[in-house]
Ligand binder design. Structure first.
Ligand code: ADP
Ligand code: MG
Length: 384
């Protein structure tokens, strides 16, 4: 697949890295980074930069944009992926990239390995893949950050997921062990499991049902609601059958104004799935009010712990508004989630002529999971 191409990762010289970083820095306040600014930030000679930038563009790490006012470049997902993976490999959090195991609407999942060959999971957040049309109309919440777009939102999603996964893991919740985070990426423990979605039979549906409801209750007593608690985000360990919960960018606090609604939706997702898949129905299921009333004095308030840990309320709010906006957008396009079918990703033709936005910098994602068995190292920023 093009965005995690071995040759791209190996043959980036230190000057190329400088230029790539300059494009990233420049895009903090320019949707299209003017070539002169790239030259300035990189501190390299003018002619040198032009040549380097051409070679980065050829490898899809940056994309040229012809604007009405000036020509410039912007970072592509490929470029952003490269910068994140380079950071992770410099810290020895990962060494090689293997197969892609998941393509979500808003993430790509790869198997990666460390130097000893231990397998882990790399999740690359891809917010803004679906469409930025709604965001363009609703930019106000971004304040001055007009050029924020996919890079900023994807990074926020990763930071949020990281913050939650960390506190949940530290407090003994059944979630993957978080390993590292950089930009829009998270490295975590690989769980040898099947998503509940793929499981047709379990030894005891009643037991699994109560395990899953217990987790909802434990979350709530710790001040948290998963927010997307369904058969796709629950993994069933292959060896023990134990459920592991994943996918946290939409978690909310139990003090959220719509907390009860989110809580009920999580509960109802499980109930519906068990009815349909296992013909299992129970009159017993958790209620928000009583769950909250039973929360003990010494239950940890993990929502508070998270907001103190660097992912604050402001960041939560920005991400939440983004997610609401894209949800409205998706629903109005008719891709309601009530369908039992796997949803095909909708490819959209973006309006041409609006060269100032980030969406067409996103590479094509039409290919399925790659079948390649090639693993390659990403530690090397310079050719040997
Ligand atoms: P998305 O936000 O795109 O839904 P998820 O975090 O839910 O991303 O991951 C998508 C899929 O990737 C999961 O359904 C699961 O099959 C696989 N996956 C994700 N994390 C792990 C993990 N730690 N171990 C094993 N498989 C995983
Ligand atoms: Mg998911």
């Amino acid at each position: 697949s093009m965005k995690l191409d071995a040759t791209d990762l190996r043959y980036v010289t230190s000057d190329e890295f400088r230029v790539l970083t300059a494009v990233e820095m420049g895009s903090k306040n320019h949707e299209v980074v003017p070539t002169v600014l790239i030259v300035q930030i990189s501190g390299l000679r003018n002619g040198g930069v032009n040549k380097i930038i051409g070679s980065l563009a050829k490898r899809n790490l940056v994309a040229k944009v012809q604007n009405s006012k000036y020509d410039g470049y912007r970072l592509t997902y490929g470029g952003y992926d490269y910068l994140a993976m380079r950071a992770l490999s410099k810290r020895d959090s990962m060494y090689s990239v293997g197969n892609q195991i998941g393509v979500g609407k808003e993430s790509d999942i790869y198997i990666v390995a460390d130097l000893e060959g231990n397998e882990m999971v790399l999740k690359l957040h891809r917010l803004g893949r679906v469409s930025f049309r709604a965001i363009k109309q609703k930019r106000d919440y971004m304040g001055k950050r007009k050029s924020a777009s996919w890079m900023y939102m994807s990074r926020l999603a990763a930071q949020k997921e990281w913050a939650f996964m960390k506190v949940l893991h530290e407090h003994g919740f059944p979630v993957p062990r978080p390993i590292d985070q950089a930009r829009h990426c998270i490295v975590m423990e690989f769980i040898d499991a099947y998503p509940l979605r793929q499981i047709d039979e379990v030894p005891s549906p009643g037991k699994l049902y109560s395990q899953l409801m217990d987790i909802i209750v434990r979350f709530a007593r710790a001040g948290l609601i998963h927010g997307d608690y369904n058969e796709f985000n629950i993994l069933i360990r292959r060896d023990t059958g134990e459920p592991i919960v994943i996918d946290f960018p939409q978690m909310v606090s139990t003090s959220h104004e719509n907390a009860e609604w989110y809580f009920n939706r999580d509960v109802e997702c499980i109930r519906r799935f068990f009815r349909r898949r296992f013909r299992y129905e129970s009159a017993i299921y958790p209620r928000f009010r009583s769950t909250m009333n039973e929360a003990g004095e010494d239950d940890f308030q993990l929502d508070v712990v998270v907001s103190a840990s660097g992912f604050g309320r402001k960041e939560m709010k920005v991400l939440e508004e983004y997610m609401e906006t894209t949800k409205e957008e998706q629903n109005s396009e008719g891709s309601e989630e009530s369908s039992d079918e796997e949803e095909e990703e909708e490819e959209e033709d973006e309006e041409v002529g609006e060269a100032s936005d980030a969406d067409d910098a996103i590479p094509e994602f039409t290919e399925g999971p790659s079948s390649s068995k090639t693993a390659y190292d990403v530690t090397d920023g310079t050719p040997s």
